[in-house]
Design a protein around this ligand. Structure first.
Ligand SMILES: *[C@@H]1O[C@H](CO)[C@@H](O)[C@H](O)[C@H]1NC(C)=O
Ligand SMILES: *[C@@H]1O[C@H](CO)[C@@H](O)[C@H](O)[C@H]1NC(C)=O
Ligand SMILES: *[C@@H]1O[C@H](CO)[C@@H](O)[C@H](O)[C@H]1NC(C)=O
Length: 593
C-alpha cells in the first residue's frame, strides 16, 4: 500500500503529542481524602453547620465547591457568608451529616428508609447527583403496589423523569395496580386521568370497568355520585357483547343511574351497527387503547423453504412493510421462538440434518444474533414460552422420540435446568401462557401415532402438570397464541381456529373450546402470535406449497384479514409437523399476565 504524505496540520499535531502534559487521574481523589481526614481531625475547618442540634465542622471551600447552595451562601453578601455557625432548616441532622460526608467522599447509601428524606435534602443543597441517585433508586423499586405513591412523591418534588416513569409504570401494570390500596385511595380526578389514558395496558376493557367498580365500592357512600363521571372514560363499546349483557347491565351501580345506562345503550348500539359503519363513529369510547409496551414489529425466524433456512424477516406494523434483518448464525426450522427481556430467542429446532440443543438470541438494537447456553436435550417442534422471567422449552422431538421433559432457562444466570415433565410425550406441541400458568396443547405422543387432543397446565408455584379440558379436535402442529387472556390454537385444516374460554363466571370451572371464524387460507404449521389485540397467523403450508401471506384475527369482529403485503419467502414445514417458523415479540402476552 502507498504511504500518504502527512499534511502540515498532522505534523504539528504529532509534535504536540510528543510533549503531552501528563494528567494524574488520582490527584483529586487523594486531595479529597486528605481534606476529609483534616475534617475528622477538625483541622483548618472554618465553619460549623448545624441541623437539629447536630453540629458538623467543615471547610467552606469544600462545601462551596460541591454544592451550589453553599457556594451561593458563602460567596454572597448575606450575613451567612461570614458567619461561623450556620443553621440549616428543614433538614434533619442525620441526613445533613450524610450529605456532608458525601461532599467529602462521593459516597452515599440510598435505602428504602432514607430515600424520602434524602431526596428533598439533596435538592435543597443542589447536590444533583445525589438527587439523581435517589430517583434511580425509586425507579428501581417501582412495583404495582407502590408506583402511584412514587408518582405522587415525584410530583411533589418535581422529579420530572421519575414522574413520567412512575406514571408509565402504573399504566403498563394497570391490571395489578388497580387491585392495590394506592389505587383505591386516589382522588376522583386522579382515577379519571389514569383510566382516560390511551396508554393504559389492559388485555380487555373489562379491567377498566372492574377498576371503576372497585374504586366506587371502596367508599361507596361518598363516591356513588361519581359513577357517571367515571363511566365516561370506560370504553364500553369495545367490550364483548356477552360481557355487556351479563356483567355491565347486571351491575347495580349502572342500573341505578340513567347517565350510566346511556353509556351502556351507546355500547349496545355500537354492537348493532354493521362493521363498516362502526368505524365512522368518532367517540373517545370507541377508540382502542394503544399501550406503549405493545410491539412495533413482528419477527419471523428461520423456517423451511423448502429446507431449513437462516433468513429472518421483520414486519413493521405501522409502515406495513417487511424487511430482512440479520440472518441466524445457523439454519433452523421448527424452533421455539419467544420474546424475553428485550430480546428474541430462537430455541432448538432442526438444522436440516440434526435436531439441535442450541439457542440463539437476537438483539434488535445491534441487529445481531449471538449464541447462549444450550439446552440439555435436543428438541425440534418444541413449545417455547416465557413465564415469570423464565424461558420454558416444552416437549418436542429429539430425532428418535417425542419428549415429555421440560426445561427452563434463566437469562440472569444463563443456565438451563429441568422442571417437572409433562404427563404425556408431546412433539409438535403448542404452548401458551394464561394468568400465570403454562399450557401445553395437543401434539403427537409418538406411541399411538395419533394427534393428541389433551391439554396440560403447568403451575410454576407447585412445579406440577395437570390435565385440563380436551380440545374438540385432535391436533398437532398447533400454533398457539394468547389473546386477551384466551388461548387460541390454530393449525388443523378441518378446524382452523379454536378459542378457549378461560374464565367462565358460572359454577362450572371447566374450560370450553369454541370455534371462531375460518381463516382465509388453509394453513398447517403456521406461526402464531398475538399483537395489539389481534392474533397473527404467519405463513404455513396449504398442503401443496409454503405460504408467504399473513392474516390476523380480530376477536371483537370475529373476522380474519390478510395483510396487504406478503413476506419475501414462503415458509413452513411441509409434513403436518409443527411450526417450522416461529413467532414473535409479543410483549402483549407478557404484560398481561
Ligand atoms: C347519575 O349520576 C349523575 C352524575 O354523577 C348525577 O348527576 C345523577 O343525579 C345521577 N342519577 C341518578 C338517578 O342517580
Ligand atoms: C447441523 O448441526 C450439526 C451439529 O451441530 C452439524 O454438524 C451439521 O453440519 C449441521 N447441519 C447443517 C445443514 O447445518
Ligand atoms: C400473497 O400470497 C398469496 C398466496 O399465498 C397470493 O395469493 C397473494 O396475491 C399475495 N399477495 C401479495 C400482495 O403479493
Amino acid at each position: 500500500t502507498k504511504q500518504r504524505s502527512q499534511s502540515p496540520d498532522e505534523v504539528e499535531a504529532k509534535e504536540k503529542d510528543e510533549r503531552t502534559v501528563t494528567v494524574n487521574p488520582s490527584h483529586m481523589g487523594k486531595a479529597f481524602k486528605v481534606m476529609n481526614e483534616l475534617r475528622s481531625k477538625r483541622l483548618l475547618c472554618d465553619v460549623v453547620i448545624v441541623a437539629e442540634a447536630v453540629e458538623m465542622e467543615a471547610h467552606r471551600v469544600v462545601l462551596a465547591a460541591c454544592s451550589p447552595y453553599f457556594c451561593a451562601m458563602f460567596t454572597g453578601d448575606m450575613t451567612e457568608s461570614k458567619a461561623k455557625k450556620i443553621e440549616i432548616k428543614d433538614v434533619d441532622g442525620q441526613t445533613l451529616s450524610k450529605l456532608i460526608d458525601y461532599i467529602y467522599t462521593a459516597e452515599i447509601e440510598v435505602t428504602e428508609e432514607n430515600v424520602q428524606v434524602l431526596l428533598p435534602a439533596a435538592s435543597l443543597l443542589q447536590l444533583m447527583d445525589v438527587r439523581q441517585n435517589c430517583c434511580d433508586f425509586l425507579q428501581s423499586q417501582l412495583h404495582p403496589t407502590n408506583c402511584l405513591g412514587i408518582r405522587a412523591f415525584a410530583d411533589v418534588h418535581t422529579c420530572t423523569e421519575l414522574l413520567q416513569q412512575a406514571n408509565a409504570y402504573a399504566e403498563q401494570h394497570f391490571p395489578e395496580v388497580m387491585l392495590g390500596e394506592e389505587f383505591l385511595s386516589l382522588t376522583l380526578d386522579q382515577v379519571c386521568s389514569l383510566i382516560s389514558s390511551d396508554k393504559l395496558t389492559v388485555s380487555s376493557e373489562e379491567k377498566v370497568f372492574e377498576a371503576v367498580i372497585s374504586w366506587i365500592n371502596y367508599e361507596k357512600e361518598s363516591r356513588l355520585e361519581h359513577m357517571a363521571k367515571l363511566m365516561e372514560h370506560v370504553r364500553l363499546p369495545l367490550l364483548p357483547r356477552d360481557y355487556l349483557v351479563q356483567t355491565v347491565e347486571e351491575e347495580a351501580l349502572i342500573k341505578n343511574n340513567n347517565t350510566c345506562k346511556d353509556f351502556l345503550i351507546e355500547a349496545m348500539k355500537y354492537h348493532l351497527l354493521p362493521l363498516d359503519q362502526r368505524q365512522l363513529i368518532k367517540n373517545p369510547r370507541t377508540k382502542p387503547r394503544t399501550p406503549v409496551s405493545l410491539p412495533k414489529v413482528m419477527i419471523v425466524v428461520g423456517g423451511q423453504a423448502p429446507k431449513a433456512i437462516r433468513s429472518v424477516e421483520c414486519y413493521d406494523f405501522e409502515e406495513d412493510r417487511w424487511e430482512q434483518v440479520a440472518e441466524l448464525p445457523s439454519r433452523r426450522c421448527r424452533a421455539g421462538v419467544v420474546f424475553m427481556a428485550g430480546n428474541v430467542y430462537a430455541v432448538g429446532g432442526f438444522n436440516g440434518s440434526l435436531r439441535v440443543r442450541t439457542v440463539d438470541v437476537y438483539d434488535g438494537v445491534k441487529d445481531q444474533w449471538t449464541s447462549i447456553a444450550s439446552m440439555q436435550e435436543r428438541r425440534s417442534t418444541l413449545g417455547a414460552a416465557v413465564l415469570n422471567e423464565l424461558l420454558y422449552a416444552v416437549g418436542g422431538f429429539d430425532g428418535s422420540t417425542g419428549l415429555a421433559s421440560v426445561e427452563a432457562y434463566s437469562y440472569k444466570t444463563n443456565e438451563w435446568f429441568f422442571v417437572a415433565p409433562m404427563n404425556t410425550r408431546r412433539s409438535s406441541v403448542g404452548v401458551g401462557v394464561v394468568e400465570g400458568k403454562l399450557y401445553a396443547v395437543g401434539g403427537y405422543d409418538g406411541a399411538s401415532r395419533q394427534c393428541l387432543s389433551t391439554v396440560e397446565q403447568y403451575n410454576p408455584a407447585t412445579n406440577e402438570w395437570t390435565y385440563v379440558a380436551d380440545m374438540s379436535t385432535r391436533r398437532s402442529g398447533a400454533g398457539v397464541g394468547v389473546l386477551s387472556g384466551q388461548l387460541y390454537a390454530t393449525g388443523s385444516v378441518q378446524a382452523p381456529v379454536m378459542k378457549k374460554r378461560q374464565r367462565l363466571r358460572g359454577v362450572s370451572r371447566l374450560l370450553v373450546w369454541k370455534q371462531v371464524a375460518d381463516m382465509n387460507m388453509c394453513r398447517r404449521n403456521a406461526g402464531v402470535c398475538a399483537v395489539n389485540g389481534l392474533l397473527y397467523v404467519v405463513g404455513g403450508d396449504d398442503g401443496s406449497c409454503n405460504l408467504a401471506s399473513v392474516e390476523y384475527y380480530n376477536p371483537v369482529t370475529d373476522k380474519w384479514t390478510l395483510l396487504p403485503t406478503n413476506m419475501s419467502t414462503g415458509r413452513s414445514y411441509a409434513g403436518n409437523k409443527m411450526s417450522s417458523l416461529l413467532m414473535l415479540c409479543s410483549h402483549l402476552e407478557l404484560s398481561y399476565l
